[in-house]
Design a binder for this molecule. Structure first.
Ligand code: ADP
Ligand code: MG
Length: 468
């Protein structure tokens, strides 16, 4: 390539493509103000309003710009930047009104107009970017995530073959998006020709609505139905959106029939989504449904240790233990606590002690620590669910209709509170601790053979935690 015209084309295409990889805000802030200037052999020269822009663009987008340029042109192109201060105001005007004429239109600034300032929507292209950071090797597997993580890895190794479709569900911050993205990243790493559609249910919905407005439904359908792997995050967003559900139903069928892999995530089991058409629900439930639970103490500690593994920060094992003990809600909160402490230590150049950790994380703890759950609440919620009275749970009746809910309530009390079996027994009409143990074991056994019971219990636990 030697014609500068071709470099202009590369840049124009690049501007279109970059929107697949960065957020709309980043595009507006950083890319609306840089323009093509001219080119040399294997080099494109761009203008930016200030050196600050240049350093930011180089640091944050330098690699991706070069990668895309290479994709487009098939050769390695480097980028140089020059500051065009006097262009700043005009560059901004140009964003607002693309037809505005610049005052002193030199050849240079004329060239700078070659890059069309299309709106983000116009250039927003096909497939959404998969978060690069989310890979299997960064995912710490614990007993809480063992099943889901292994299913995800099996899928990534053999897309469309092993578990299709697959639905990963679990509460906020437990790693759903991380696993979903890991599948995409892994597949791409091993076969970059695979077409992976990674999208949140929200973006899928918005894009679908936009396609109707602009009469481009055909394009929309093609895009998703031509994917090799469809990964949709947070499908609970589709509740109450019958038209999008309908569209996804057909997309699902088209892909499924041609053995393309489908993976979804959801913040609860599909059976608990209220406003979902039966036929789509049955599609989601068709394949493998796996859940992510909150990590236990050991896993929390392992996650924290992994997070600091490759950074040369000085944080004691005791502080990590302290965080792991106190932040039990989910991995996101765990990460946030660690990040906060590291920032504190770094900015103030202080060693992070448990005392500092306690002070700094006070607010985090109070918001993440599960509020104390009492056994009465458990009894009320469980009794409600089985349409009996809480007193039945404490009473003497041993009919199956009462004994089964009673054992479930005991099992839950044992699992989500710190009460001993003796204390729990007392709350259930003064029963002996062995009765509580027996009841708990009975439910554990039943869960092994009846996964719907587990679903019911998880739902009850959620209701109990949300009980006000
Ligand atoms: P969700 O989508 O379930 O709300 P995310 O996948 O966004 O949760 O995870 C929240 C954060 O916690 C992310 O930064 C993610 O990398 C991290 N994370 C979650 N689970 C794990 C894990 N098992 N090991 C390491 N990091 C994890
Ligand atoms: Mg998520």
């Amino acid at each position: 390539m030697s014609e500068s015209k071709e470099y202009v084309d590369v840049w124009n295409q690049l501007i279109g493509k970059i929107t697949e990889h960065i957020s709309e805000d980043d595009f507006t802030v950083w890319f609306k103000s840089i323009n093509y200037q001219n080119s040399q052999e294997n080099k494109i020269i761009l203008s930016a309003p200030s050196t600050f822009y240049i350093s930011q663009i180089k640091r944050r987008f330098g690699t991706i710009i070069e990668e895309i340029a290479q994709d487009i042109s098939g050769e390695k192109i480097s980028f140089d930047y020059i500051v065009l201060e006097e262009d700043t105001s005009e560059a901004k005007d140009e964003i607002k009104e693309s037809s505005s004429k610049s005052k002193n239109e030199t050849t240079e600034s004329k060239k700078s107009k070659i890059a069309p300032s299309k709106s983000f929507k116009e250039v927003k292209k096909d497939i959404y970017k998969i978060p690069e950071n989310y890979t299997f090797d960064k995912f710490v597997i614990g007993e809480n995530s063992n099943f889901a993580a292994n299913a995800a890895m099996a899928i990534a190794n053999d897309p469309g073959i092993t578990y299709n479709p697959c639905l990963i569900y679990g509460g906020v911050g437990l790693g759903k998006t991380h696993l979903l993205a890991s599948i995409g990243n892994y597949v791409l790493e091993h076969d970059s020709s695979k077409k992976i559609a990674f999208v949140t249910a929200e973006n899928f919905t918005n894009e679908f609505i936009e396609s109707i407005k602009t009469k481009k439904e055909g394009q929309f359908k093609n895009k998703y139905r031509s994917a090799d792997i469809l990964l949709i995050d947070d499908i609970h967003f589709l509740e109450n959106k019958p038209q999008t559900q309908e569209e996804l139903f057909h997309t699902f069928n088209a892909l499924y029939e041609s053995n393309k892999q489908l993976v979804f995530t959801c913040d609860r089991p599909v059976s608990e989504l209220k406003e979902l058409t039966d036929r789509l629900r049955s599609r989601f439930e068709r394949g493998l449904n796996v859940d992510l639970q909150p990590p236990n103490y050991e896993t929390r500690l392992a996650i924290l240790s992994r997070k600091i593994e490759n950074s040369n920060v000085d944080i004691g094992e005791d502080v990590l233990q302290f965080i792991a003990e106190n932040v039990s809600s989910n991995v996101r909160d765990l990460e946030a606590s660690l990040t906060k402490l590291l920032a504190y230590g770094h900015l103030l150049n202080k060693e992070i002690t448990i005392d500092i950790a306690r002070k700094q994380l006070k607010n985090t703890f109070s918001s993440t620590k599960e509020t104390h759950i009492d056994i009465n609440t458990i009894q009320r919620v469980v009794a409600d669910y089985f349409s009996i009275s809480p007193n039945d749970l404490k009473g003497k009746k041993r009919t199956k209709a009462i004994a089964h809910p009673r054992q479930i309530a005991m099992y839950i009390a044992r699992n989500i509170t710190e009460y001993s079996t003796t204390e729990i027994g007392l709350e259930f009409g003064g029963r002996n601790h062995t009765t509580v143990m027996h009841g708990t074991q009975k439910i554990e056994g039943k869960i092994q053979v009846d996964s719907t019971l587990d679903v019911v219990i998880q739902k009850l636990i959620r209701d109990i935690k949300n009980y006000r």
